[in-house]
Design a protein around this ligand. Structure first.
Ligand code: UD1
Ligand code: MG
Length: 450
């Protein structure tokens, strides 16, 4: 069996749990305390799905991002405490070489991650203040991911993917994607930063997506840690299936329990635990009826943090599984994002003030839709994802419900109250994570072997 990491990673982990609790408490306290300051700085929004007009502090994701980044920075000495305070016998030279060397590569991983998250926070905040057009802000996360990709390269990060068993006789066991793999990783950061932002507009919906994804990633990380008493979680029982990242970047021999694997998942935990802390703290104020709005800042910095751990921890495909609802919402949104259908400033559902129920919101077509748009929209309508209003005589599409998962849920399940729809979205996200674990640790083993 592979050797386990000699030192159980508990001290760093416990400190990280402590910081996450602090992050939780700081967010709970600071969000309402700073609310009036945000409103005074004109960072406020109207809750579109309420009958009242009280200005709600907007962009308070900035508070979360500041607390989060501060925690990550204060935690640096603890993450490297082994190197700073080596055990008494660890640094003794063996054959003239010092055994203990400072883990520079890990430090560069850590620092480049913070740099990317900071850039995403800045982009998010600028977007809140200036409402940047989305085609202008799309390339920025690609630039923000360059430090990550460089560190990935410096570490001789793998760029091969394992080929599923049924097609191996054509393609061989591994395909090296080379530069394409880097392109994939930089697009991943663009996707994770924008995809939470376009599944938005209900109280609590952005923060709960981030919270559930952070918890899912953290649970996945815990599966790889060696615990005292050699207690292993069920992964151990799955034998060598655990050795391959879904899609197989680790098939080239990284054994379960190996030092690198433990370090990568520990690194990811250090980023995810405080994320759970700030998101949970923020959600307390952002839950229906919201007293604070996250703004694009929260969507961007959380999205970038997920891309960071997926890339640096080498589990970007597992991460993509946790984003299943966001992928669905993005694919469904494509006709609106890419001009096949008009895209209004807000696509949130419509409130009926008399009944307090949410209905799918509609967007009218100022011009007759093209043949392609008509085909796409009729297909989506057949799938029950949109509702079309047709011209009674010509049958031409006059309007369609906006193409988001929120409107699609209302089309399928009928009108409901805002707090109920948020719970449905939360349930979908949790169900998505459960399915992700089943695919990752159950099905992946059938198509990819260890
Ligand atoms: C994205 C969506 C947009 C959606 C908006 C809602 C796309 C391409 N863009 O735009 O369709 O309408 O998010 O956030 O899909 N708000 C509420 N209740 C909430 C949260 C936000 O009413 O619980 C409203 C407030 O007026 C707030 C505003 O949404 O001020 C914030 O919108 P913003 O994040 O700037 O919108 P985008 O991210 O550009
Ligand atoms: Mg937004």
């Amino acid at each position: 069996r592979p050797t386990l990491s000699p030192v159980p990673p508990l001290p760093g982990l416990l400190t990280s749990v402590g910081f996450s609790l602090l992050a939780f408490l700081a967010t709970i306290y600071l969000v309402p305390a700073l609310g009036p300051t945000f409103v005074k700085a004109n960072l406020k929004g109207r809750d579109l799905l309420k009958t009242y007009d009280t200005p709600i502090p907007e962009s308070q994701g900035l508070v979360c991002a500041s607390v989060y980044i501060l925690c990550l920075i204060l935690f640096i000495p603890f993450a490297f405490s082994d190197a700073l305070f080596p055990p008494v016998d660890a640094g003794k030279p063996q054959d003239g070489i010092s055994v203990l060397e400072f883990p520079h590569h890990q430090l560069s991983m850590y620092l480049s991650s913070i740099l990317s998250i900071l850039m995403a926070t800045m982009l998010g905040f600028l977007d809140d203040v200036f409402d940047i057009r989305w085609r202008h802000k799309l390339p920025i996360p690609i630039v923000a991911s360059i430090p990550l990709l460089m560190v990935y390269f410096a570490e001789q990060g793998n760029t091969s993917i394992a080929v599923p068993r049924p097609v191996r006789f054509i393609l061989g066991n591994l395909i090296n994607l080379g530069p394409l793999y880097y392109l994939y990783m930089s697009l991943l950061s663009t996707f994770t930063t924008n995809s939470i932002n376009i599944l938005a507009g209900l109280n609590g919906v952005e923060a709960s997506q981030a919270l559930i994804i952070a918890i899912s990633v953290a649970l996945n990380d815990v599966l790889y840690l060696p615990f005292p008493l050699n207690f292993h979680l069920p992964l151990h029982l799955l034998g060598n299936r655990a050795e391959i990242e879904f899609g197989g970047t680790w098939s080239a021999g990284m054994a379960y329990g190996s030092k690198e694997l433990v370090e990568r998942h520990l690194f990811s935990l250090y980023f995810m635990l405080p994320m759970v802390g700030v998101c949970a703290g923020f959600l307390y104020h952002n839950w229906y009826p919201a007293r604070a709005f996250p703004g694009d800042t929260l969507c961007y910095f959380t999205g970038m943090a997920f891309a960071v751990v997926g890339i640096q921890g080498h589990f970007s495909k597992t991460l993509a599984l946790f984003f299943a609802p966001q992928i669905f919402n993005f694919v469904l949104s494509c006709p609106q994002l890419f001009g096949l259908m008009p895209n209004p400033r807000h696509r949130v559902p419509r409130l009926d003030p008399r009944t307090n129920l949410l209905h799918p919101s509609h967007t009218p077509f100022p011009h007759p839709p093209s043949k392609l748009s008509t085909l796409v929209l009729h297909t989506l309508s057949l799938l029950g994802l949109t509702q079309l209003t047709l011209h009674p005589k010509s049958g031409m599409i006059m309007e369609a419900t906006n193409l988001t998962i929120l409107n699609a849920l209302l089309v399928r399940l009928g009108p409901m109250r805002e707090e109920r729809l948020v719970r449905v979205v939360v349930a979908v996200q949790v169900a998505g994570s459960v399915v992700a674990f089943v695919i990752r640790y159950g099905l992946a083993g059938m198509v990819y072997d260890g």
